[in-house]
Design a protein around this ligand. Structure first.
Ligand code: HEC
Length: 187
């Protein structure tokens, strides 16, 4: 006759399983954090370094931060979101709620849950997007289609289509789509 009741042993299994899962999660988030910190530092350095464009026709008249394709590695879409945005360099120019270090001011804050519908409703919008999600993807791969009023026309890089996988684009767009303007109480 066994003296240990079966319920307690299955409880123990469940606890040790969830402990393992928690440890795995912790490990993953530490890795993501480290990668993020390194990339952030790189981006900080880039954004502080005044770059002279090697292609004056692409960058003519831009005074703000610039990214050249050589500075940006391919983004596969397998990375955590935070890493995707950092690798792509979006934080250099954009404030993105929830993305550590994304406080750029060259472009509009990315809160497309609020601004997306406004862009689509703008009579000046002549793009193909029907949904906010499509608008975001279009803004990233084909930014010339619509320039957000009040922002420079050629600042947003034109080459993201070569750097972001379809998977990465999809995930980034899904994230940006659900960000909304902060309530009046927040800064
Ligand atoms: C060098 C600066 C720069 C970088 C880097 C950059 N952007 Fe932009 N972005 C801009 C500017 C300026 C605008 C506004 C002018 C325009 O519409 O092109 C803009 C516009 C946008 C818009 C439209 C926003 C709206 O409110 O309608 C989206 C979406 C966007 N960027 C996403 C991204 C993402 C995602 C990345 C990274 C993959 C990125 N941007 C990288 C400068 C940048």
């Amino acid at each position: 006759m066994s003296d240990s009741p079966p319920t307690s042993s299955s409880d123990r299994d469940a606890t040790s399983d969830s402990k393992k899962a928690a440890a795995r999660r912790r490990e993953r988030s530490i890795t993501a954090w480290l990668v993020g910190a390194v990339l952030l530092f790189a981006l900080y350095t880039i954004s502080r370094t005044p770059t002279v464009s090697e292609h004056p026709k692409d960058g003519g008249g831009i005074t703000g931060p610039q990214l050249t394709p050589e500075m940006v590695p391919l983004v596969s879409g397998q990375e955590p979101l935070q890493v995707m945005f950092l690798k792509a360099g979006c934080p250099v120019c954009h404030t993105i709620p929830g993305i550590e270090g994304a406080q750029g001011r060259e472009g509009p804050a990315l809160r497309l849950g609020t601004t997306g519908p406004q862009r689509l409703a703008d009579p000046k919008y002549k793009g193909k997007a029907q949904t906010v999600r499509e608008y975001i993807v279009e803004s990233i791969v084909n930014p010339g289609v619509y320039i957000v009023p009040g922002y420079p026309t050629h600042a947003m890089p034109r080459w993201y289509g070569q750097k972001l996988s379809a998977e990465a684009l999809d995930q980034m767009a899904a994230y940006l789509e659900q960000l909304t303007e902060p309530s009046a109480a927040m800064p």
